[in-house]
Design a protein around this ligand. Structure first.
Ligand code: TMP
Length: 215
């Protein structure tokens, strides 16, 4: 088992990829827990509602940061660490890497403070692998609008941000991947879902994580 985090701009195709990996691991008899941030616990899901709301008393950037970190602390202690201790695979849609991307790359908050807060909230827990589904900003914006039209869902607070914000987020992701190439796998989000899944499974195989499949 391992702790795998999926990152990327909205519309990158993370959800489909996570479900594909989950299904593959389950066919190999593995126990998988699929989770997300913000969220993953009852408290975290409540915090999520507050974070994404577009009306009313929306959080200012520093409050926003602290709410993500509060949800994360709860998630790590109540779900992620216990799950790993029980031998489960944890597949998590966004984690601390999103805070660096969105709150530093997008909102331009201080990186050192965010690194310290991430360490505090996670109690030092780091993912074994971070899968970045990288997508050009134009394509992400196009996919978000399409989704909005198809599902009739309004945009959340982040989806309403300007192009420069999303460019900052993407650049931060790529910079984080370059800082720790052994922990990150960068996939091209323009590829189709089957290709993305195949590339990820090859990487997991390479790391010896699927070895039980041949037993
Ligand atoms: P989602 O729509 O991918 O579930 O995520 C909700 C939004 O929250 C998404 O636009 C990214 C943003 N976000 C941050 O700004 N900081 C964070 O730490 C996390 C986990 C998400």
């Amino acid at each position: 088992m391992a702790f795998v985090v999926f990152e990327g701009l909205d519309g990158a195709g993370k959800s489909t990829l996570i479900k594909g990996v989950e299904a593959h691991l389950q066919t190999l008899g593995q126990v998988v827990h699929l989770t997300r941030e913000p969220g993953g616990t009852p408290l975290g899901e409540e915090i999520r509602q507050q974070l994404l709301r577009v009306q009313g008393d929306t959080p200012v950037p520093r409050a926003e940061l602290l709410l993500y970190e509060a949800a994360r602390a709860q998630h790590v202690e109540r779900v992620i660490r216990p799950g790993l201790a029980q031998g489960k695979w944890i597949l998590c849609d966004r984690f601390s890497q999103s805070t660096v991307a969105f709150q530093v790359g997008g909102r331009r908050l201080n990186r050192k403070i965010i690194d310290d807060l991430n360490r505090y909230a996670t109690d030092g827990l780091q993912p074994d692998l971070v899968v970045l589904v990288d997508l050009p900003v134009d394509e992400s914006l196009k996919r978000m609008s399409r989704r909005e039209q198809e599902k009739g869902q309004g945009k959340d607070r982040f989806e309403l941000e300007e192009r420069a914000f999303h460019e900052g987020v993407r650049a931060s992701y790529l910079a984080q991947a370059a800082e720790e190439p052994q922990r990150w796998l960068v996939l091209d989000g323009l590829q189709n879902p089957d290709q993305l899944l195949k590339k990820l499974l090859v990487e997991m195989e390479k790391r010896g994580w699927l070895a039980f499949s041949s037993k």
